[in-house]
Design a protein around this ligand. Structure first.
Ligand SMILES: [Cu+2]
Length: 376
């Protein structure tokens, strides 16, 4: 599951995006050319400053943990959609991210602070070209969501049937295929609301009484060697993936969210999924990795035309980095899957994490090159 905390469903009334800002991105350490600088300190009280103002356009958020052990991340949100964030800034650490924002009011959130939400007021007009491509980008990505949720429903069905029938060997053999389509659409899992934890939570993500979905069944099959008691869980899973298939047809999407989600997901792959935590009973983690990378690539492909207008060089570099990640995964491929996670050495996982990090670093420049803001 996407580890960004699940929040309320997206607020209604937020339409598509508007325009693309032609930024000249250098390395990811550099802010987009001409970006306004905003320094924020993480304190126990929350963000300092708590409220802020900025001119429309690219903004580079420079965040520093000023000695807080409670607050280690900052997010910029439009409604409940996270547009950009920096996580894991423990005491003494600093980091930055850029976003191009249009006129409007956004939330500055320092999670865990005693007053965690402040307001970022962006004013003035954005210098930008027109981009009728934004609607197309969202439509293209929605099509990908629809294809993959259709595949998810289709691959979950025989898996669920095997679980309900108590056929452990067959259920195990069908598990990986059912996981792939869900892992591909994880860049926007945050917008699935409750369905994300219901389908894909890990044992430690939710209270024991709420642990259900794929990983609950995975645990029973692999550690218990049984499907006993799993029939209701399996049936609910089938209902949930069907609900998701219906939901993606209308779920609110923004181009910057699609791009940011891809980048966040890859960050999560190299930071935590690399430990084998997601598929801790079946050890099919590399199947998830590949699906996550494919999903990030689909997200990037959807928004890429918006970026090319301003930064063809970055787009080329990202495409090359995707190729490198697939090449790094290749030696671990077996038949129609991958080696078990348990066969990987520390050197293997390091190599995989490094190739994903290099890609994620480049991808992190994408959201800033796409304009978002308050839509009427
Ligand atoms: Cu997942």
């Amino acid at each position: 599951m996407n580890r960004i905390p699940v929040r309320a469903a997206l607020t209604a009334g937020v339409a598509g995006l508007l325009a693309v800002f032609a930024t000249a991105c250098g390395s990811s350490d550099e802010a987009p050319a001409g970006a306004a600088k905003m320094s924020i300190k993480l304190t126990d009280a929350g963000c300092d400053p708590h409220d802020a103002k900025a001119p429309a356009g690219p903004i580079n958020f420079e965040i520093e943990n000023d000695g807080s052990s409670k607050v280690t991340e900052m997010e910029v949100l439009d409604g409940e959609t996270i547009l950009g964030e920096k996580e894991n800034l423990t005491e003494g650490l600093s980091g930055s991210f850029s976003l191009t924002l249009e006129k409007g009011e956004y939330t500055l959130r320092c999670n865990g602070g005693s007053a965690e939400d402040g307001t970022l007021t962006v004013s003035g007009e954005l210098e930008s070209g027109n981009s009728p491509g934004v609607g197309k980008a969202i439509a293209r990505y929605r099509e990908y969501l629809e294809q993959n949720t259709a595949e998810l429903v289709a691959t979950t069905k025989p898996f669920v049937a095997a679980v309900v029938a108590g056929n452990v060997a067959e259920a195990k053999s069908l598990y990986a295929a059912a996981r792939i389509p869900y892992e591909r659409i994880e860049p926007v899992a945050e917008s699935f609301g409750d369905l994300d934890p219901r389908i894909d939570a890990r044992a430690n993500d939710v209270p024991a009484s709420e642990f259900e979905g794929f990983h609950r069944i995975e645990k029973a099959l692999w550690t218990g060697g049984t499907a006993k008691g799993m029939a209701p869980v399996a049936k609910r899973l089938q209902a949930d993936v069907e609900e998701l298939q219906a939901k993606v047809k209308t779920v609110e999407l923004q181009a910057v969210q699609i791009a940011n989600g891809a980048n966040e997901l890859l960050g999560e792959v190299s930071a935590s999924k690399i430990t084998g935590e997601e598929e801790r009973y079946s050890h099919i983690d590399l199947v998830d990795f590949e699906a996550n990378v494919e999903g990030a690539e689909a997200a990037f492909d959807a928004v890429e035309p918006l970026l090319s207008a301003g930064d063809p060089k970055l787009a080329k570099e990202i495409e090359a980095d995707f190729g490198k990640v697939y090449a790094t995964l290749k030696p671990y491929r077996r038949d129609n899957g991958f080696v078990s996670y348990t066969e990987l050495t520390a050197a293997d996982t390091r190599k995989l994490a490094q190739s994903i990090d290099a890609l994620a670093e480049k991808l992190s420049e994408v959201p800033a090159a796409i304009v978002t803001g308050e839509q009427s």
